[in-house]
Design a protein around this ligand. Structure first.
Ligand SMILES: Cc1cc2nc3c(=O)[nH]c(=O)nc-3n(C[C@H](O)[C@H](O)[C@H](O)COP(=O)(O)O)c2cc1C
Length: 226
């Protein structure tokens, strides 16, 4: 059997990898246990428009969070880093209807920027405040499409010019039922056609070096031996 001989493996949600995010939300009356700030883990999330920035999350009607998001039309997408991975999984197997997941995971709810009701997770490296613009019933899930109204990021992720360096965030992706820490940088937008100068500036080593050794340098710092 040759490597690229194909077999039909059936129809499923096999598109991978996908982001896995911690979506935080709350009802209009957060003092009430049934409306307190909640966190739900979502893998069916994505960016769906650039201008204005818009996202979608697909949530089953049975989720406690579905009720909260439907009530307020607000939610926050919190990106997941290595430190949050365990909490992320926990918030995907326990319901906010039964417990306070913020408290269970030792997370801190903070009022989300640009929103009236939703809370963001203080410990998340990046939090994206979203206002729902439409809900579409797809079948198993309802897709909430939302406009991004504010984004906050940990200061250590910003360089001296205020540029977000997300490569420093140790983000986690979800691949076929498993969590993975993002690792080796292979390139950047347009690197296949970039000049050698731009390549070296962005990657920290030259194309010549890469082609000679046929592997990515382990130490990406410019000028260092690897
Ligand atoms: C990795 C992972 C991804 C998940 N993705 C989704 C999703 O995209 N949509 C959804 O409705 N539930 C998803 N779930 C399940 C919910 O997170 C889970 O049912 C959660 O307990 C619901 O919490 P809630 O009742 O507090 O809203 C996922 C769970 C895990 C662990």
């Amino acid at each position: 059997m040759a490597k690229h001989d194909k077999k039909d493996i059936g129809i499923s949600t096999i598109l991978n990898p996908v982001p896995v995010v911690m979506v935080s939300c709350a009802g209009k009356n957060p003092e009430d246990a049934s409306e307190r700030p909640n966190v739900v883990t979502i893998a069916w999330a994505g960016t769906v428009n650039s201008e204005p920035p818009m996202v979608s999350i697909s949530v089953r009607k049975s989720r406690h969070s579905h009720k909260l998001i439907s009530e307020t039309g607000e939610f926050v997408i919190n990106l997941v880093n290595k430190s949050l991975a365990k909490s992320c999984d926990y918030c995907g197997v326990k319901s906010g209807a039964d417990e306070d997941k913020f408290a269970s995971c030792g997370l801190t709810p903070v009022k989300a920027k640009g929103l009236e009701y939703a809370y963001s997770i203080k410990e998340a490296p990046v939090s994206i405040s979203c206002k729902v613009v439409s809900v579409t019933e797809l079948g198993s899930h309802d897709m909430f499409v939302a406009e991004v109204v504010a984004v906050t990021a940990d200061e250590y992720l910003l360089d001296e010019n205020g540029k977000l360096c997300l490569d420093k965030a140790k983000l986690v992706a979800y691949n076929h039922g498993e969590y993975f820490l993002l690792g080796e940088k292979l390139g950047f937008f347009g690197y296949s056609v970039s000049s050698d100068e731009v390549f070296e500036k962005r990657m920290g080593y030259s194309r010549k070096v890469r082609d000679k050794y046929k592997v990515m340098p382990k130490n990406e710092k410019k000028g260092k031996k690897f």
